[in-house]
Design a binder for this molecule. Structure first.
Ligand code: IMP
Length: 208
């Protein structure tokens, strides 16, 4: 693929917590190779009408690519709880109601799981890039873990205070530093894979 260097990529997320995580992870992977641009505030909300993470990630990336005329990177993520048959999954953002309030989401999750011995769960991210040319890249990342009995920690966002990733000594995501979370997280895993694909797709840096 022939592209201008450095390649410009718009971060499609309107969620500031997610956009910041995406920026941190991708900057570490692609610094100097890809210029990351914030989504212009003038772009209205994009309705996530898909029924899978993949569909929603593609809807967002394609819409931002179309609106900006630049390549766009989007992720869609969800929490899958075994005892709830994979819910809230693709509906994680509005599990507690249409206001998308994180504390309502957490309260509903803990209520639905009250009395349950089986706390196994995972986060899954689908991350995609839509290029101006119409080409697309897609990567998936998951992190296995369990749901705590009560929220712990003040960092992060969303379900972080109740998600205990495997391999973190029983700490929730909200008790980890940003870099510790990125090393383990669904988003970190998906974006590192996507960064490898981007390096291969865009080819070596040409001499100035
Ligand atoms: P989205 O549809 O990808 O924006 O994310 C769906 C919802 O999943 C978010 O609103 C959060 O509630 C939750 N979520 C996604 N990623 C994370 C994470 O890294 N930590 C905690 N919650 C998350």
């Amino acid at each position: 693929m022939t592209v201008a260097f450095p390649h410009r990529l718009v971060i499609a997320s309107a969620n500031p917590h997610k956009a910041e995580e995406i920026r941190e992870i991708m900057r570490a992977e692609l610094d100097g190779f890809v210029e990351l641009i914030d989504r212009p505030e003038s772009i209205p909300d994009i309705e996530e009408t898909g029924t899978t993470l993949e569909e929603n990630a593609l809807i967002k990336a394609r819409a931002i690519c179309r609106e900006t005329g630049l390549s766009a990177l989007a992720d869609d993520s969800g929490l899958e709880v075994d005892v709830l048959d994979g819910a809230p999954g693709v509906y994680s953002a509005r599990y507690g109601g249409p206001s998308q309030d994180a504390s309502l989401n957490l309260a509903k999750l803990l209520l639905e799981m009250s009395g349950s011995q089986n706390r196994r769960a995972r986060f899954r991210t689908v991350a995609v890039v839509s290029f101006e040319s119409g080409a697309e890249l897609l990567a998936v990342g998951t992190v296995e873990g369990s749901i705590a009995l009560a929220p712990k920690g003040a960092a992060g966002f969303g379900y972080d205070p109740v998600f205990v990733p495997d391999g973190a000594d029983g700490k929730t995501f909200a008790e980890l530093s940003r870099s510790e979370k990125h090393a383990l997280s669904h988003r970190g895993r998906a974006l590192r894979d996507l960064a490898d694909q981007l390096r291969r797709a865009l080819g070596p840096r040409e001499a100035d």
